[in-house]
Design a binder for this molecule. Structure first.
Ligand code: 5GP
Length: 356
């Protein structure tokens, strides 16, 4: 047994120190980024935010809406080939959609079907998503998907440490998804004791990924989960994240998935973890006896139209840029000094929940 006594940080443990700036307006801050990827060599330009691949936000409706803003929708795993065929009759914007698969037998069968029917070519991104990216089986799987899909931008995760970030990139991932346990409906830390404070995980894994280079592209990371406020998205970018993924921030809106529920005169939308009992029963028909649920179910008070949230998101991030003197999102991490705060004193956000 070993104890690592270095303190690791969550988004709520820090604030961003303001810096002298020559910017005169937040309008001067550009939030678009262009990346060239390690394996696929594809060049992508957009606003590097993505929905989680969850049934509440990784939906066709969200893709139609968010692609207009150059935001990526990562589809949930439960759409069938038939549903995709129907969807692509009226949608053609590969850069802002991501196909998701797990590592079950049925996932690889569907991947082959998607490829044979030409549907995979409708996506720039493929996300191979498992809760625990540390299994050797997972790295092998990433390698085999890379062989099948040499030109796609492949995302793989989740992990939280530098050595596994490097390992996944070397095995075929262009982007590694970072986060074990920070999700708002995730109970992994409670059920297993496993996890890593999210800001430190992002800082350490981003550093590792950016150091893996082949002269044409470097590795990239996605900060996945744990963003409660727009400021957390800013902190993730300031910590070195290339992309930020969120389920919570994109759920509960008119455009989101999830059933609408009326209770006590109020309107809510469902939001539940992909390994909650609700998801396992709804999408796989049953919870296998060896599996404990590592996700929970909750109702989010209806937040209205997603458009308003997007205005706040763009406005908040541009304002962060002006406070630290960053003209481009790319400069956020270079211009950042985090200051550690006493959580009990950092109460100015308490009671203010984004969009609620
Ligand atoms: P949020 O934005 O709600 O804080 O986090 C979303 C992320 O939580 C997802 O992208 C995914 O990585 C993670 N997640 C979603 N469902 C579950 C679940 O049931 N269990 C666990 N452990 N993580 C989940």
């Amino acid at each position: 047994m070993r104890i690592d006594s270095e303190i690791k940080l969550d988004y709520s443990d820090v604030l961003i120190r303001p810096k002298r700036s020559t910017l005169s307006s937040r309008k001067e801050v550009s939030l678009e980024r262009t990346f060239r990827f390690y394996h696929s060599k594809k060049v992508w330009t957009g606003f590097p935010i993505m929905t989680a691949n969850m049934s509440s936000c990784g939906t066709f409706e969200m893709a139609r809406f968010l692609s207009r803003y150059k935001i990526i929708t990562t589809f949930h795993k439960y759409y069938t080939v038939g549903e995709y065929l129907e969807f692509f009759k009226t949608f053609d914007n590969p850069d802002y959609i991501c196909y998701t698969l797990g590592i079950r037998e049925q996932d690889i069968t569907q991947l082959h079907k998607m490829k044979r029917s030409g549907l995979l070519e409708k996506f720039s991104f493929i996300c191979i998503d498992v809760p625990n990216g540390y299994l050797q089986r997972f790295s092998n799987f990433v390698k085999s998907v890379r062989e099948i899909c040499p030109d796609h931008i492949i995302i793989a995760g989740n992990v939280v440490t530098n050595e596994m970030t490097e390992e996944l990139i070397l095995n075929g991932a262009d982007i590694v998804k970072i986060g074990i346990g920070p999700g708002s409906v995730c109970t992994t830390r409670k059920m297993t004791g496993v996890g890593y404070p999210q800001l430190s995980a992002v800082v350490e894994c981003a550093d590792a990924a950016h150091g893996v280079s082949n002269g044409q592209g470097v590795g990239h990371v996605i900060a996945d989960g744990g963003c409660v406020y727009i400021s957390d998205v800013a902190k993730a970018f300031c910590g070195g994240a290339d992309f930020v993924m969120s389920g919570k921030l994109f759920s509960g809106y008119e455009q989101s998935g999830g059933k609408t529920v009326k209770r006590g005169g109020k309107i809510y939308k469902e939001y539940f973890g992909s390994s909650s009992n609700k998801a396992l029963v709804e999408f796989y028909g049953k919870k296998e006896s060896h599996r404990a649920s590592e996700g929970r179910y909750c109702l989010i008070p209806h937040k209205g139209n997603l458009n308003e949230f997007l205005q706040d998101l763009f406005g908040g991030l541009k304002s962060t840029g002006t406070y630290i003197g960053a003209r481009k999102l790319k400069e956020f991490s270079r211009r950042t000094t985090f200051i550690m705060v006493n959580k009990q004193l950092n109460t100015s956000l308490a009671g203010f929940e984004q969009g609620v």
